[in-house]
Design a protein around this ligand. Structure first.
Ligand code: PLP
Length: 442
């Protein structure tokens, strides 16, 4: 470690509050530069970014077209009040409308991140329906500030409690650890929908404005719902005049092999929230995509929300350049190619390494679930426990071996940039296998 790095590390630990961590207890590299799928620290050590940061840098680091677009926009104008119109904002929203899953098109309300987008989606759904309650799933993450944190269905909600009223959680399918006591996916779907019906009955469907769901569960395990579940939720929403909101903050912009997971899964919501990959995380940006049939209600009434940074020109320019790059480099299709590599590579690791209990995912978005015992499925750390258990030791070892990966409790999120080469992925998976092999021998 160089003297500079030691001082930067201590400065970071001394002055920066690191999210979701006990401060001062961590030992992390100081990243100073990136290039495509690689991160570099102060010493020039390279780390393959196997999780695209927090599943966000879909285009990889230092993409020249994005850098150029941001610089060009910065030289022209950095800020335009959201109360005025702006050229890049108009163009980007029109491009998003073309990308959205609705034939009728969509309008976008821009935010600065995913949690804010979810809060605004809920607010809009309440205004449109005149109803107050919102249903969200357990084992979900929708953001951490009090509004979005209240929608969240796991322990990152708890520090907000008591949160704003009106949010009710329900249990969604999770085939590997079925909350509905079955190993059969069709039964899981049927029982989960029966449970949802019960929740609707007890809460009164006429009081429910929206059901909010991650179409593929992200940080709570990369859970792909069993066949028919999302369609069943869609059908019940329609029956009761409830708006279906997909939180595509993690799944949007190519992660699952389509612009949105809604397209990949063939179930269309009424509202989509996004962030992360919209600018490949180069500039903070989130947003609410509202299908045209809903958005036009606001031609006659006030749109009930706003932020200083809504539609920030630097984010708009970055978003437009990102969309062009996704298209020019055919990266949504590439995510499906990566799916094949990840599927083969991770299932191979599962066959050889018993601590890997399950591997699941779609596109360039896979979860690896670690267990003490494959039969009992006992996780290596109790899910939602007060500490992360031994996982940080594994993550640290992977950093030492040159791979960054994001994980929680007993789940690793394997979601590389869509520009990763097959060779880089092979190298990263070899490191993963070595680190897991050492880990289970500990
Ligand atoms: C599915 C999902 N929704 C919302 C969020 C919150 O987004 P942000 O951190 O930009 O507020 C996240 C963040 O990881 C997420 O994964």
């Amino acid at each position: 470690m160089t003297a500079t790095e030691a001082s930067l590390r201590s400065k970071h630990a001394r002055y920066v509050l690191t999210p979701w961590s006990v401060q001062g207890a961590s030992d992390r590299p100081v990243i100073v530069r990136g290039s495509r799928s690689a991160l570099f620290d102060e010493d020039g050590k390279r780390y393959i970014d196997l999780s695209s940061g927090l599943v966000a840098v879909n285009l990889g680091h230092a993409h020249p077209a994005l850098i150029e677009a941001i610089a060009r926009q910065a030289a022209r104008i950095c800020y335009v009040s959201p109360a005025l119109y702006n050229d890049e904002r108009a163009e980007f929203a029109a491009e998003l409308s073309a990308l959205a899953p609705w034939e009728e098109g969509a309008r976008t309300f821009f935010t600065t991140g995913g949690g804010e987008a979810n809060e605004d989606a809920v607010k809009v759904a309440r205004h449109l329906t005149g109803r107050t309650k919102v249903l969200a799933a357990y084992r979900s993450f929708h953001g951490s500030a009090p509004g979005a944190g209240t929608l969240t269905g796991e322990n990152r909600r708890w520090p907000n409690e008591p949160g704003p009223p009106g949010v009710v959680h329900f249990v969604a399918p999770f085939p590997y650890r079925s909350p509905f006591s079955t190993e059969d996916p069709a039964t899981e779907t049927a029982r989960a929908l029966e449970h949802l019906e019960l929740v609707l009955t007890y809460e009164d469907p006429n009081r429910i404005a929206a059901v909010l769901l991650e179409p593929i569960v992200g940080t709570n395990g990369v859970g792909v719902y069993p066949e028919g579940y999302l369609a069943g939720v869609r059908e019940r929403c329609e029956r009761h005049g409830i708006l279906l909101v997909f939180d595509e903050v993690m799944t949007g912009f190519g992660r699952t092999g389509e612009a949105f997971a809604a397209k990949r899964l063939g179930v269309t919501p009424d509202i989509i929230t996004f962030a992360k990959g919209a600018t490949s995380a180069y500039v903070p940006l989130g947003g609410v995509l509202l299908r045209e049939g809903l958005a036009e209600a606001f031609d006659e009434r006030v749109f009930p929300t706003g932020h200083t940074f809504s539609g920030h020109p630097l984010a708009m320019a970055a978003g437009r350049a990102a969309l062009r790059a996704y298209q020019d480099e055919a990266l949504f299709a590439r995510a499906r190619e990566i799916e094949g590599w990840l599927h083969a590579g991770l299932h191979g690791i599962r066959e050889r390494i018993p601590v890997v209990g399950d591997v699941r995912g779609l596109g360039a978005f896979f979860g690896v679930e670690l267990v003490r015992d494959r039969k009992t499925k006992e996780p290596i750390a109790p899910w939602q426990g007060p500490a992360m258990g031994p996982l940080p030791v594994l993550l640290r070892r992977m950093l030492d071996l040159g791979v960054y990966v994001f994980g929680r409790y007993n789940i690793l999120l394997i979601a590389p940039p869509l520009v990763i080469t097959q060779e880089e992925l092979r190298e990263a998976l070899q490191v993963l296998e070595q680190a897991l092999d050492e880990f289970q021998a500990m």
